[in-house]
Design a protein around this ligand. Structure first.
Ligand SMILES: [Zn+2]
Length: 253
């Protein structure tokens, strides 16, 4: 078999399709990894909100205990107040009760404020849990979609790789090593069409001698500038030049 322009064009297309599939096969897991990391970060944030709620609930309990302790102290003082005989002692206890009632009022305020904070934290937690839950579902759905797609994409890739191996039969044996080296270096860009007398890989003009080689198909021709394996674009270098359609030349002019 010879490396006709058609054969090389087909080979190039196969390489490009394989590359597109490989890109999709690697970009999917990358996207998934990024989303999974984002989910882990949001879950960690959720724990912070949960901890803030626990702290607020603990704060309310502490204030309630303080309130109860203050109430007990006031009750004790009231009992003492009924037992004292001396006026100055009576006055001192009354002052103490007034002082403790002020403290008690402060603890009551703390409890009420604490309840408000607890309710706010609860609402915050519920919203965050719903959001993280929805996001987790999205990540799971993405994983399933990617897993499903990967199965068919891997099968398609295997088919394409087999087709590439078979299409490589067109590469002359003595130039196969140079071809393989170019594929290793440039991947799907290892081949380039020649159009308008230039390599479309690097837009460098090909020499008349190279164009002759391409037309006569004496083995492979590589671009002297970028190293790509060249082939003639469709209609390029036809022995009998096709007259250009008038519409095209008008559009250009
Ligand atoms: Zn080139």
């Amino acid at each position: 078999m010879t490396a006709t322009a058609d054969a090389l064009r087909d080979l190039h297309t196969l390489h490009q399709r394989a590359k597109a599939l490989r890109d999709r096969l690697t970009s999917g897991p990358k996207t998934l990894a990024a989303r999974t990391a984002a989910l882990a970060a949001r879950t960690a944030d959720l724990e912070k909100v949960r901890k803030a709620l626990q702290d607020a609930q603990l704060g309310v309990k502490k204030s309630e205990h303080s309130m109860q302790a203050a109430q007990a102290k006031i009750d004790d003082l009231k009992v003492k107040l009924n037992l004292v005989k001396k006026n100055d002692e009576y006055k001192a206890i009354q002052n103490q009760i007034a002082h403790d009632k002020t403290a008690m009022g402060k603890h009551e305020d703390d409890v009420l404020n604490g309840f408000e904070v607890v309710e706010a934290r609860k609402a915050e937690l519920a919203a965050a849990e719903a959001e993280v839950g929805k996001f987790a579902e999205e990540v799971a759905a993405l994983k399933k979609t990617l897993d499903d797609q990967a199965v068919s994409q891997k099968a398609q890739l295997a088919e394409l790789e087999a087709a590439i191996v078979s299409a490589e039969d067109h590469i002359p044996a003595d130039q196969r090593e140079q071809y393989r080296r170019t594929v290793r270096q440039l991947g799907a860009d290892a081949l380039a069409p020649v159009e308008g007398g230039a390599c479309l890989g690097c837009y460098t003009a090909v020499t008349p001698q190279m164009l002759n080689e391409l037309i006569n198909r004496d083995g492979l021709t590589f671009c002297k500038s970028c190293g790509r394996l060249l082939y003639l674009a469709e209609g390029e270098g036809d022995p009998v030049a096709k007259p250009k359609p008038k519409a095209r030349s008008r559009a250009k002019g």
